[in-house]
Design a protein around this ligand. Sequence first.
Ligand SMILES: NC(=O)C1=CN([C@@H]2O[C@H](COP(=O)(O)OP(=O)(O)OC[C@H]3O[C@@H](n4cnc5c(N)ncnc54)[C@H](O)[C@@H]3O)[C@@H](O)[C@H]2O)C=CC1
Ligand SMILES: O=C(O)C(=O)Cc1ccc(O)cc1
Length: 360
Amino acid sequence: MKILIIGLGLIGSSLAQAIKKGHPNYYLIGSDTNQASLKYAQSSSLVDETTTDFTTSAPRADVIILATPVQVIITDLQILAQLPLKPQVLITDVGSTKQQIMQAAQAVQKRGFTFIGGHPMAGSHRSGVAAGSVQLLENAFYFLVPEAASSRAVSQLKNLLCATHNQWLVVDSRQHDRIVGQISHLPHIMAAALVNQAQTELQDFPLGLKIAAGGFKSTTRIASSDPQMWTDILLTNNHLLITQLQDYIQKLIQIKKALQNQEPLEIKAFFTKARNTRQQLTKNPNKDFCLTLTITDGPEAIKNIVDILFSANLNLINIHISPIKQDNTSHLQLSFNNQTNLSKATNLLKAAGYQILGSD
Ligand SMILES: NC(=O)C1=CN([C@@H]2O[C@H](COP(=O)(O)OP(=O)(O)OC[C@H]3O[C@@H](n4cnc5c(N)ncnc54)[C@H](O)[C@@H]3O)[C@@H](O)[C@H]2O)C=CC1
Ligand SMILES: O=C(O)C(=O)Cc1ccc(O)cc1
């Protein structure tokens, strides 16, 4: 089986690793315009072959995965529609918006080729081939927009990515764009707006944003995302986003009025409603189960913890280290896939003398 991945960045290289893990014998071809990324992919054995021109490799592929920025995916679908592809080829993508991509996919569908829209709800603010990992996509929700594709083709795609243990969500393209507009695209706009506004507001103060505590940093982490990628995403989901942005602005106006009128009940209700909703999010059985502990920086800080978990056969599904503080300590967040593993890990780490700050 030959798999062509166009775009070997964060998501493309993560998919390459997941496919290799689930199907070590599949032959992977990586296509990218960035020579350095191709060199990295080949030397790290992420793929078996690289090319800067996918048009020569696409006719040999059984599966084609489009993992470039959204506008490039749209253009490449037009190009693929002109190529002599295998009749049974399965084409899919990972773009963050789906309506315009499904529209562009009609060109390949008209030629009789199968296209399934895809979107892993996992990733990060980082970009590029070196940032990818198989863990990035593990246990994530993964949208599928099959439209005209057969259930056999859908099963083929799920099997291809079996090593990710994704939770598949089949939706139509409008549903998809409305959901991710609200929970992914709007937050990226808000994070960038907050950073820009804070930077202007505090520009007369030398330390400025550097003083910010965890709240500002975690709220704005995604403001470090790639600007070109997010320009493509916003422009291909503009209609739904404008409505969601207007609703959000209304919420801001509401809290501004409550401040102007000095209405403590209104302000408290605003925060209480949000807290209740936010707390439900971590109680979701599909979410990971996290604990946070304090570590003291040192070459063995992480290794000691991983050794404890390894000896109890406890599988970590995510790990996050906060920046090291002046006292040489930092917070480490560990995620597990169920409550039992979380409880076992909490007890083991407590017994080993670690200070557990919280677990949920
Ligand atoms: N970053 C994230 O967390 C997520 C991103 N996505 C979507 O996945 C897609 C890829 O995003 P990332 O991997 O994060 O971006 P990335 O910037 O890490 O990778 C994109 C890759 O595409 C290559 N590329 C750009 N133009 C090209 C062209 N014309 N031909 C061939 N290669 C080209 C770049 O050199 C780069 O290697 C985007 O459509 C994005 O919306 C989906 C889920 C999560
Ligand atoms: O870094 C994060 O938290 C993200 O939100 C990553 C992300 C970026 C784009 C997507 O389409 C899906 C997920």
